[in-house]
Design a binder for this molecule. Structure first.
Ligand code: NDP
Length: 600
């Protein structure tokens, strides 16, 4: 396939037409309903394979200063920042058997983070840890999460293998009653929620999925008991097995080369190919990353954030594919700087996009020996329609004799499953094992999903309030009617591809609020006027790139092709500016949300 020269006048129209065809081929009428949740008869898919049996324990009936819901990086950072503010009684409640969140659950072979480790891993300055690889393996990241928790002594009071079932504000006692699925009923003056976004695994609703007699599991619950080996590989249990993989997103791209190394045969059931760019992982020294002075990690992280937030900086310290494509990435972010000359911006954007995607497609052609397979592996959509991926082993895996690519685009995925395997078109692929690398549902976890009921002042249910008045907050972190509740996350604040950085800034803010409230004996609660003012700031810059997502191939970024129903409204000037705004607000206006009397 030849590529239109990105700068030729025909290129934008020609590519748009091709992209439209590819999108139409893939949009399914059942949208997000095509997936199955891991509950009821499929509940076992979500069981924790890593927990060291915790056994029964006595339910807790006590008081703490702060309850933190979630023990991933958000919760750990909240705990650490609270400790730095001198708060002693902090209880993190976590569903998994240990700290780590995403990095606790996802331990599949090949797992790495593709954001540079020196900016992704938080609190490097504080812990003195310097990663040795540009992109760290998952286990190193998980261990770093535990390292922070240990440094700030967060483990002693933490509750693992425990889910919070309800949060109820007690206006007389001025604290929250926290109940859990282990029978705990304890009180917390403050609650910080850090429940994550991509936490609820989803399965493809393939007809007959329940008939398959072979082994199955989701990548976020890897069954090493069956496969053998570790996240580094050595999956000896698969040596004589026919293994199928459903899913070629960021997870599939990392798993498949590892399966290819060890399995008898691997069938990759692809629906939409990923954008697979150069990874160039390498060992780094402290000198390479400038880890020779206090605050080096903060500087590097700020530099990265500013670049991927669309700001101009003097030096690009990270200098990787994320920073190189920053101009194309703003479509990933809910926030977006409105260009002065929209038409010129769009034209330049389309040329840059065509160049990048041509480069990505040409790379497939260069690496994959079989022309037919290469053709199927080429992504035909704009950059960042799907999460960009990076690998120097994925495309190469398709040159192996024991790897077969099965394209399922025309049949909207696998058509059905039988006792013995998987059917696509006229072919039944007999399998011993099928791995679901099918990702996670968005917007179905935490306090906005109904899975964690929150009753605020006067017994008002948070979900009812959301339905009645829409999401309302100050900075996305606090809400009127829900005193002393701080929600970490991206809604109505600002996000970034480096999400741990975002979480850390939120954690710093949350801890400062708690410390100030403690010092004054006050309750944290923004007034409705403060919420109105914040909503006005957000509305001013409501993103105008809905068209972009509406034209993309379906996926979780665009509600499976229906536009962007899940897109949080965000601060329009990007994450770096948002963090600066929070810093200034803490210096000048924090007392506005601290009340010794009930606010209006
Ligand atoms: P994704 O949602 O990105 O991918 C799911 C995959 O499953 C897609 O390829 C999808 O195809 C495919 N799929 C779903 N249903 C079917 C079906 N019925 N038949 C065939 N294929 C099907 O999930 P991931 O777990 O890959 O990634 C989720 C997110 O996790 C990423 O976007 C990223 O944010 C994060 N992540 C980050 C990593 C990192 O290095 N930092 C590594 C891994 C994940 P289709 O595209 O056609 O829908």
């Amino acid at each position: 396939m030849t590529y239109p020269d990105a700068t030729s006048p025909e290129a934008p129209a020609e590519l748009r037409r091709r992209y439209r065809v590819e999108r139409e081929r893939r949009v399914r009428p059942d949208g997000t309903r095509q997936y199955l949740a891991a509950d009821a008869e499929f509940g076992y898919y979500a069981d924790d394979p890593y927990a060291v049996a915790s056994g029964a324990r006595e339910p807790l009936r006590d008081d703490v200063d702060v309850a933190v819901v979630g023990g991933g990086f958000g919760g750990i950072l909240a705990g650490a920042r609270l400790r730095q503010q001198g708060v002693r009684r902090v209880r993190i409640v976590e569903k998994g058997g240990d700290f780590g969140g995403t990095w606790y659950w996802n331990r599949y072979p090949g797992i790495h983070c593709d954001i540079e480790s020196h900016v992704y891993l938080p609190m490097l300055d504080e812990t003195g840890y310097v990663p040795e690889w540009k992109y760290a393996p998952g286990e190193e990241i998980r261990r770093h999460a535990v390292r922070i928790a240990e440094k700030f002594d967060l483990g002693a009071d933490a509750l693992f293998s425990t889910s919070v079932t309800c949060l109820t504000w007690d206006d007389n006692a001025r604290n929250w009653l926290v109940t859990t699925d282990r029978g705990d009923e304890f009180r917390a003056t403050y609650v910080i929620t850090a429940t994550g976004t991509l936490t609820e695994l989803k399965l493809p609703g393939i007809p007959g999925i329940e008939n398959f007699q072979g082994h199955t599991f989701h990548t976020s619950r890897w069954d090493y008991g069956y496969t053998g080996g570790t996240p580094d590989g050595g999956l000896t249990g698969l040596a004589d097995k026919r293994v199928g993989v459903v899913g070629t997103g960021a997870t599939g791209v990392q798993v498949i080369p590892k399966l290819a190394e060890d399995a008898g045969h691997v069938y990759v059931f692809q629906r939409t190919p990923s954008t697979v760019d150069v990874r160039a992982n390498r060992r780094t020294t402290a000198r390479d990353v400038g880890a020779d002075h206090d605050g080096w990690a903060r500087e590097r992280r700020d530099n990265f954030l500013r670049i991927v937030s669309g700001e101009t900086v003097e030096h690009d310290l990270v200098a990787d594919r994320w920073t190189e494509t920053a101009g194309l990435l703003e479509k990933l972010l809910p926030s977006f700087r409105r260009p002065a000359d929209r038409q010129a911006y769009e034209a330049a954007y389309e040329v840059a996009d065509a160049r990048k995607m041509n480069e990505v497609r040409a790379r497939v052609e260069r690496i994959v020996a079989d022309a037919d397979t290469a053709e199927k592996l080429k992504p035909w959509y704009r950059y960042a329609c799907k999460r960009p991926t990076f690998s120097d082993t994925y495309l190469q895996a398709f040159n192996r004799d024991n790897v077969t690519l099965v394209d399922t685009a025309d049949t909207h995925g696998i058509e059905r499953m039988t006792e013995h395997g998987v059917v696509v078109g006229d072919t039944e692929y007999a399998l011993d094992c099928l791995v679901f690398a099918t990702g996670f549902s968005v917007g179905v976890s935490g306090v906005h999903s109904g899975k964690l009921p929150v009753r605020g002042r006067d017994g008002v249910h948070l979900l009812d309030a959301l339905k009645r008045r829409g999401p309302r907050s100050l900075h996305g972190l606090t809400s009127n009617g829900f005193p002393n509740l701080i929600q970490l996350g991206a809604s109505q604040s600002a996000s970034s591809v480096n999400f741990t950085h975002v979480l850390d800034e939120h954690a710093v803010h949350a801890a400062a609020l708690v410390a100030a409230a403690e010092a004054r004996g006050a309750v944290i609660e923004p007034s409705r006027e403060a919420e109105d003012a914040w909503l006005a700031v957000l509305a001013e810059g409501a993103p105008d790139h809905e068209w972009f997502h509406a034209e993309c191939t379906p996926g979780y970024y665009n509600g499976e092709g229906r536009g962007r129903p899940n897109a949080p409204i965000a601060y329009p000037h990007g994450a770096a500016a948002f963090h600066e705004l929070l810093r200034r607000w803490r210096e000048t206006s924090m007392s506005d949300v601290l009340h010794t009397e009930r606010p209006c």
